[in-house]
Design a protein around this ligand. Structure first.
Ligand code: ZN
Length: 165
């Protein structure tokens, strides 16, 4: 520890305790029971609305942060839905609404789709982020702060104790 009072700023490694709720109070994500989330501030590693709100916070400081969809996971894109034939899935696969499916796009890139509707003529897949269109309510606490190393800044992400790369 130093006497210098550190606050969240670009190029700082932030350890963040957080709980994320939606407007119906449902908890969709939380660091509770786990290590805090470690990320590099100012490098787009967390959603923009949250990153902005954390600027200037000190260790042990707590805050409630409301993030509009545009500053979170974006608005739901109507073009993000696609109707596919049921025959592309294995016969013994039990499709259910809300189920997450690992798919590949036309270039072979992995992506996740959710089953939005089961229709007589096929399966409607939703390629939007599950939190698209949602206003996000974070309860956050800064658990730790340190300056990033040169290597971390060059890579644009945090290095833990056991992952040098
Ligand atoms: Zn790295």
């Amino acid at each position: 520890m130093t006497d210098e009072r550190l606050v969240v700023a670009n190029d700082m490694v932030v350890s963040l305790d957080y709980t994320l709720r939606l407007d119906d109070d449902e908890v969709v994500d939380s660091s509770e029971g786990n290590d805090p989330l470690e990320y590099l501030q100012g490098h787009g590693q967390i959603i923009p609305g949250l990153e902005q709100a954390l600027n200037g916070m000190a260790v042990d400081e707590e805050k409630q942060v409301e993030v509009a969809p545009a500053e979170g996971y974006g608005e739901e894109d109507p073009d993000g839905f696609q109707l596919v034939e049921k025959s592309i899935f294995p016969e013994d696969m039990r499709l259910e609404i809300g189920m997450a499916l690992r798919m590949r796009d036309s270039e072979g890139q992995p992506m996740v789709a959710h089953v939005a509707e089961l229709r007589p003529d096929g399966v409607l897949l939703d390629f939007n982020h599950p939190l698209a269109g949602e206003t996000l309510f974070f309860q956050v606490k800064i658990a730790g702060l340190r300056k990033a190393t040169e290597e971390e800044l060059a890579h644009g992400h945090v290095h833990g104790d056991h992952d040098h790369h």
